[in-house]
Design a protein around this ligand. Structure first.
Ligand SMILES: *Cc1c(COP(=O)(O)O)cnc(C)c1O
Length: 407
């Protein structure tokens, strides 16, 4: 919690509820930590699907980190945040020729996720530069939905089709400059990442001389539960660097550089989601705390069964002085008309009342970026607590008019 109680209430009074609040200090700290963690041997590119707020992207760019885009919309946003085309790497999957052309017209390097997409790119950009995303056959992640490599996912090219990929490259006279992969999201142990990196490098040695870069993907986890350990970058480095050394000894291009694609790691912990308690009730023996944090605002718990720490911030109403602590577990729910609209099940919050604030921790990644207008709910505002301690609006909340502007 980087906000004091009074600050949280003030932010809700000024910017409405719910509201996403970000800490510039924590964001910068995470960026620096990740750069340092790899001693400059792996350069990070931020995967902006985790959070595409332009003010945060500006900070990340200032910290010297590049960006990965997965859609032409993300490219558009990145350009607005001041990223140049050589700082953007496009990793699409199953996208139209028009979208590929959008990238090519801007001089943005594209990674092809399948032979179909490579062929499509070849037709548009004969003689151009290209990267290929491979599926190393090893996945990792906190739940099945976020495992993005291995035998059961749609992503990447199966290394069995290396020969066909090479044929297409020569058919369209394309220069292969890089190979990338992404094994999944949110791992806290380094082993699968290193093992997948090793697999990828062996494949590169066997098949692809002369590359400019090899990109091992993102997925670095953050601890969401209080008892979870942090990912040990020291250990990751200790395991990964010998693998890189051994590759370098055997590879023809000594200038090849290594990349990674953190999303969550940079932004999860700098974000706090504040919402308001509007109702408390008991239904057939279960206690519910009803808030304005529906799954349209934060989808992770519903989509992935994810855990977020929640804190109860009491409003300082005089009648609450000395309010007793009820140590009964309560389920914190939102205002969406679905019974699955559960933010956190059976938590010991203490005595929650109307007008208290619920603070959801580690909400900076895949929070706002997955928010929607389901139930015609308005997406909340986003505010930044700057390094100087000032709180400023960095994205306005939706308005009722924004719900009908496309009709
Ligand atoms: C989502 C994604 C990432 C980032 O994943 P995190 O778990 O947020 O680090 C990186 N690379 C690709 C290709 C992705 O799809």
């Amino acid at each position: 919690m980087f906000l004091k109680n009074e600050e949280a209430f003030e932010i809700v009074r000024e910017f409405g509820s719910p509201v996403y609040v970000y800490s510039e200090d924590i964001l910068r700290q995470r960026c620096r930590e990740l750069i340092d963690a790899f001693d400059g041997r792996l350069s990070p590119s931020f995967s902006i699907k985790a959070n595409s707020n332009i003010s945060l992207l500006n900070i990340i760019r200032e910290e010297g980190i590049g960006a990965d885009a997965m859609s032409h919309g993300e490219i558009f946003v990145l350009e607005h945040a001041g990223f140049s085309s050589d700082e953007i790497f496009y990793i699409g999957n199953n996208v139209s020729a028009d979208e590929l052309r959008y990238c090519i017209d801007r001089g943005i390097l594209v990674s092809a996720d399948s032979l179909s997409q490579l062929e499509s790119l070849g037709r548009i950009n004969r003689g151009g530069r290209v990267a290929l995303r491979f599926n190393p056959g090893i996945g990792a992640g906190h739940c099945e939905k976020v495992v993005t490599a291995g035998h059961k996912t749609k992503f990447g090219i199966d290394p069995r089709f290396c020969a066909q990929a090479k044929e297409l490259l020569s058919k369209y006279d394309m220069k292969l400059v890089g190979i990338n992969q992404h094994i999944g999201s949110l791992f806290l142990e380094p082993a699968p990442y290193v093992e997948a990196a090793e697999n990828l490098l062996e494949m590169v040695l066997d098949n692809f001389p002369g590359l400019d870069f090899v990109d091992f993907g993102g997925g670095f986890g953050v601890p969401y539960r209080p008892d979870e350990p942090r990912l040990d970058f020291g250990k990751l480095r200790e395991m990964l660097f010998p693998v890189l050394d051994s590759f370098m000894e055997r590879y023809d291009n000594k200038y090849v550089h290594f990349k990674c694609e953190p999303g969550r790691y940079l932004v999860a912990e700098c974000g706090l989601l504040l919402g308001t308690v509007h109702a408390v009730k008991e239904n057939y023996g279960e206690a519910y705390v009803g808030t304005d944090i529906g799954f349209n605002v934060l989808m992770r718990p519903v989509l992935y069964d994810s855990y977020h720490e929640v804190k109860l911030l009491r409003n300082s109403d005089e009648t609450r002085k000395g309010a007793g602590e009820k140590a009964l577990p309560a389920t914190i729910v939102g205002n969406i008309c679905e019974s699955g609209d559960i933010l956190a099940a059976k938590r010991l919050l203490g005595d929650a009342r109307e007008n208290d604030i619920i603070a959801v921790e580690n909400a900076g990644a895949y929070g706002y970026s997955m928010a929607s207008n389901y139930n015609c709910r308005l997406r909340p505002a986003e505010v930044l607590k700057t390094a100087q301690g000032e709180v400023k609006l960095i994205r306005a909340a939706d308005t009722l008019e924004s719900l009908i502007e496309n009709f």
